[in-house]
Design a protein around this ligand. Structure first.
Ligand code: NAP
Length: 461
C-alpha cells in the first residue's frame, strides 16, 4: 500500500503549473532528444544511466543518477534502451513496482520476436504499468524540430491512468496521441516504422509493369514497324511521343482500377445476398489502396498535360507543319477547313481539360487536411459521383481522340491496335457494369443489402 501511494498521487492529471518529474533510462540519442523536448515542455527530467557522469550532450537542466536513484524520483520512467539490454531491469523490479514504464523501442525486422518489446518489458517487471509510445518519432526529428510528418504518436497499454499520463506528456510536446487500445496492439505499433510504403507497393508495381508493357508495345508499333517497312527512323519518339502515349493510358487505366473493386464488390454482394461475408483478401487489399492508385493516376495525367504543352515547340511537329504548308504552296492547292475534324479536335481537348480539372479536384479532396474538413456524405459525393464523372470525361476524351481511326485498318500494325484502344478496355467495363448496377432492379436490393438486409439470414430468430 505504502509503496504504491506515491504513484497514485503522481498518476493524477498534470496541471499546467505543476509538472511531475519524468525519468528517462538511457542517455543515448533518443533518450537525450526526448529529454530535451520534455524539459522544454516544462517537466523536470532525471536520467537513469550506467554512468552518473554528465556530459555536454545531456540537457543541462537534467540530473543524471543511477537507475535506482532516478527511478525513485519519478512515477513515470521512459526506457530509452534497446530491448536486448532490458535484463538490467529485473533487479530493479521492486523499485519499479507500480511505476509507469514507457517502452519506446523498435526492432530491426517485422515480428522479430514472438512477443512485442512492450509485452516482454511487462513480463520482466510484472508490477509495473507498461505503456508503448514514442517509437514512431525519431531522435533526429525531435532534435531538429521537423516533426511535421510524424506528429502522431501511437499509444497503447492496459492501464488507463498510465496511458492518460503518457498522453498528457505527448500533448505537452505538441504531438498528437492516438490511443491504440491495450498492450496487445504493441506488436503492430512496433512493426509500423519498419513498413516500406505498404499501401503504395501494389499501385507502384502495377504502374511499373504497365509502363514497361506499353513502352514496348508503342516501341514496336511506332518505331520498329516504320523502320522495318518504310525504313524511317523515328527512334526520337522514345523521348516525348511514346511517354506522352503511355501517360494518358496509365492515367485512364489506373483511374478505372480505382472504381473497379467497387463494382466487383457490388456484384459479389448481390450474388451472395449479404454484406456480412468477408470479401476475398485480394479484393480487400485492392480496396485499401484505391487512394494511392488514384494519386498515381493523377501523377500520370499531370505528366500527360506537361508533355502535351510542349507539342507545338517540338522540332518534328514544326517540321511537319512547315512541310505541309510548303507542299500545299508547291501544288498551289490549299486544303479546305474540315469542320468535322475541327469539332472532334476541340471536343477531345475540352473533355480532356474538364476531366483533368475534376481529376485534380479528386486529388485535392483526398488530402487529409481537406478530407478532415468535409463530412462523410460530402467526401462520398466527391470521391464517388465526381470520380465517376471524371472517369466518364477521361474515357470520352480518349474515345473522341480515336474518332474515326477505330475502324481504319491503317491503324493496325502487325495486327496490333493503337495503344489507346487497349486503354479503353478497363474503363469501358467499369462504366458499363456501373451503368447496369444503377438500374432499380439491381440498385434497390444492393442498397438494402448494404443497409444490413440478408437474402438468407445466417442468424434467424
Ligand atoms: P543508443 O543511442 O544506442 O542508446 C541506448 C542507451 O542505452 C545507451 O546510451 C545507454 O545509456 C543504454 N544502454 C546501452 N547498453 C546498456 C546495457 N547493457 N544496460 C543498460 N543500459 C544500456 O540508442 P537510441 O537510438 O537512443 O535508442 C534507444 C531506444 O529508443 C531503442 O529502443 C530504440 O529502438 C528507440 N528509438 C530510437 C529512435 C531513434 O531515432 N534513435 C526512435 C524511436 C525509438 P547509458 O550509457 O546512459 O546507460
Amino acid at each position: 500500500m505504502n509503496k504504491n501511494s506515491s504513484n497514485i498521487m503522481a498518476l493524477a492529471p498534470n496541471t499546467p503549473n505543476k509538472r511531475e518529474t519524468v525519468c528517462i533510462f538511457g542517455t543515448g540519442d533518443f533518450g537525450r532528444a526526448l529529454g530535451h523536448k520534455i524539459i522544454q515542455a516544462g517537466y523536470p527530467v532525471v536520467f537513469g544511466s550506467r554512468s552518473t557522469q554528465t556530459s555536454s550532450l545531456i540537457p543541462k537542466d537534467a540530473e543524471v543518477l543511477s537507475h535506482a536513484e532516478a527511478a525513485q524520483k519519478a512515477a513515470i520512467i521512459i526506457i530509452a534502451i534497446q530491448r536486448q539490454h532490458y535484463n538490467f531491469l529485473t533487479p530493479l523490479a521492486e523499485i519499479l513496482h507500480g511505476k509507469v514504464l514507457v517502452d519506446v523501442s523498435n526492432n530491426l525486422k517485422i515480428n522479430q520476436y514472438p512477443e512485442s518489446n512492450a509485452e516482454y518489458l511487462a513480463q520482466l517487471v510484472p508490477g509495473a504499468k507498461v505503456v508503448k509510445a514514442f517509437n514512431t518519432v525519431s531522435a533526429w526529428a525531435l532534435q531538429s524540430g521537423t516533426l511535421d510528418a510524424s506528429r502522431q504518436v501511437f499509444v497503447c497499454g492496459d492501464d488507463m491512468g498510465a496511458k492518460q499520463m503518457v498522453m498528457d506528456i505527448v500533448r505537452a510536446l505538441g504531438l498528437t496521441p492516438l490511443d491504440q487500445g491495450s498492450l496487445l496492439a504493441a506488436q503492430e505499433i512496433e512493426n509500423y516504422p519498419l513498413q516500406l510504403f505498404p499501401m503504395w507497393k501494389f499501385p507502384i508495381l502495377l504502374s511499373l509493369g504497365l509502363t514497361a508493357f506499353f513502352f514496348f508495345y508503342c516501341l514496336t508499333r511506332d518505331v520498329i514497324y516504320p523502320y522495318v517497312y518504310e525504313n524511317k527512323d523515328f527512334s526520337f519518339f522514345i523521348v516525348i511521343s511514346i511517354p506522352n502515349r503511355i501517360c494518358p493510358i496509365l492515367a485512364l487505366i489506373l483511374l478505372a482500377l480505382v472504381y473497379f473493386p467497387g463494382v466487383l464488390a457490388a456484384i459479389i454482394q448481390l450474388y451472395r445476398g449479404t454484406k456480412y461475408l468477408r470479401f476475398p483478401d485480394w479484393l480487400d487489399k485492392w480496396m485499401l489502396c484505391r487512394k494511392q492508385l488514384g494519386l498515381v493516376a493523377l501523377a500520370f495525367a499531370s505528366l500527360h498535360v506537361l508533355y502535351t504543352l510542349v507539342i507545338p515547340i517540338r522540332f518534328f511537329v514544326r517540321w511537319r507543319i512547315s512541310s505541309q504548308i510548303i507542299s500545299q504552296a508547291l501544288n498551289n492547292k490549299t486544303e479546305p477547313l474540315n469542320t468535322t475534324n475541327a469539332w472532334l479536335s476541340d471536343s477531345y481537348l475540352a473533355l480532356g481539360i474538364l476531366g483533368f480539372f475534376l481529376f485534380v479536384l479528386l486529388g485535392i479532396t483526398s488530402l487529409p487536411s481537406v478530407s478532415n474538413n468535409v463530412n462523410w456524405r460530402e467526401f462520398r459525393f466527391v470521391q464517388s459521383k465526381l470520380g465517376y464523372l471524371t472517369l466518364i470525361l477521361c474515357t470520352a476524351h480518349t474515345l473522341v481522340y480515336g474518332g474515326k481511326r477505330f475502324l481504319s485498318p491503317l491503324s493496325y500494325r502487325w495486327y496490333l491496335p493503337n495503344a489507346y484502344m487497349l486503354s479503353l478496355i478497363v474503363p469501358c467495363i467499369v462504366l458499363v457494369v456501373k451503368f447496369v448496377l444503377v438500374f432499380p432492379c439491381l440498385d434497390k436490393p444492393l442498397t438494402r443489402i448494404r443497409q444490413g438486409w440478408e437474402r438468407n439470414p445466417q442468424y434467424s430468430e
